[in-house]
Design a protein around this ligand. Structure first.
Ligand SMILES: *Cc1c(COP(=O)(O)O)cnc(C)c1O
Length: 352
């Protein structure tokens, strides 16, 4: 039996009804060759290949991703975007009205929305002024019903990587699943926490094809975790949650990581230029350090700038209503031309 540092009993974290659930058994799970005559799923025999249900366990894609991420296939779950993964984790582990989730503030809004949809309390702990974790406050606010802690690194909207030693400390000391959302990790120069999965049964890493891979439109989210957690997620997902077109296009793209790496390089170069140019504006008070493909920028009048840019058909995000983000706008780094158009529009404001 493997000894983990954080010796929690995973089984006891799972909701009772989920632990005891008999999952739907789809016709396509029982035989996984491709060379048979399929008369098992009431499909139309014409219109090949779209007439067939997709592989419910996404075996080929998971195997390929495992190779790229340096994990085992059994440690990978695929969902309809990270959003599905977040929702399933909550539904598997949090009893509505009883259990709770620990998270950070400010962070990605979907954690709270998903918690609210599931009638699960979310307890948020303010980040420090430098946007790093207050680890003791995060542990202190937890109780025996705290099943999940959700962190995000690089964090959206603050753009920074979380300190590694803080996250490791929480993995060791939180008595539940520690989920870390690494949607922006490819832009950060950090490897993130994938290599800690094998030694930490309570660690869950979220990745996505929506950002660096340029595939937000196909909806593919990736969960990397202990096999036991992956099995639970596979047990409760919709049987055909990742459609055939998504599986096919994802496979084509992940076979070409050089294209992704090249995009990341271009975007990071553009980010540098954008930081340089934005700093020249009078109304820019501060550009926060960014480990992602976006910039959090404190300005004098966020709403005026936002509205003006909309009138120029340039859409950014006004984040000024979030904790610690007073006066802040969030700019995604675009192409050279897009960034230039943004800067040209901002020059008009500066001249007024
Ligand atoms: C964009 C983003 C995602 C991606 O979500 P998908 O559902 O996979 O598109 C996940 N987490 C964070 C923090 C994000 O900003």
């Amino acid at each position: 039996m493997k000894q983990y540092k954080n010796n929690i009993d995973l089984k006891s974290l799972i909701r009772k009804n989920i632990r005891e659930l008999v999952p739907y058994s789809s016709a396509r799970e029982e035989y996984n060759g491709t060379d048979a005559i399929f008369l098992d799923a009431n499909e139309n025999p014409f219109n090949t290949p779209l007439n067939r249900y997709p592989d419910p366990l996404h075996q080929n894609l998971r195997k390929k991703l495992a190779g790229i991420l340096g994990t085992r296939t059994e440690q990978i779950f695929l969902g309809n975007g990270s959003d599905e993964a977040i929702d399933l984790l909550i539904r598997a582990f949090c009893e509505p009205g009883i259990d709770n989730i620990i998270s950070i503030d400010p962070s990605y809004g979907m954690y709270e929305v998903c918690a609210n949809i599931n009638a699960v309390e979310i307890r948020k702990v303010l980040l420090a002024e430098d946007f790093q974790l207050n680890t003791e406050a995060l542990l202190n606010i937890a109780d025996e019903n705290s099943k999940l802690m959700i962190l995000c690194s690089p964090n959206n909207p603050t753009a920074n990587l979380l300190n590694k030693k803080d996250v490791l400390y929480l993995i060791d000391n939180f008595n539940g699943l520690l989920i870390i959302d690494e949607a922006y990790i490819d832009f950060s120069g950090s490897d993130g926490f994938l290599s800690y999965i094998s030694d930490n049964q309570n660690l869950v890493v979220l990745r996505t094809l929506s950002k660096a891979w340029g595939l937000a439109g196909i909806r593919l989210g990736i969960v990397i975790a202990n096999e036991e957690i992956i099995n639970i997620l596979n047990k409760i997902k919709y049987p055909y949650n990742v459609n055939m077109l998504t599986q096919k296009i994802a496979m084509e793209h992940i076979c070409d990581p050089e294209k992704k790496n090249n995009w990341v390089k271009i975007i990071l170069k553009q980010k540098k230029i954008l930081i340089n140019e934005l700093n020249k504006f009078e109304f820019v008070k501060k550009i926060y350090p960014s480990d992602a493909n976006f910039l959090l920028v404190k300005v004098d009048d966020p709403r005026i700038i936002y509205d003006f840019l909309v009138s120029r058909k340039i859409i950014i995000r006004d984040r000024s209503g979030l904790s610690l983000c007073e006066g802040c706008l969030r700019f995604t780094v675009g192409t050279e031309d897009e960034n230039q158009a943004l800067l040209d529009a901002l020059k008009e404001i500066d001249e007024d």
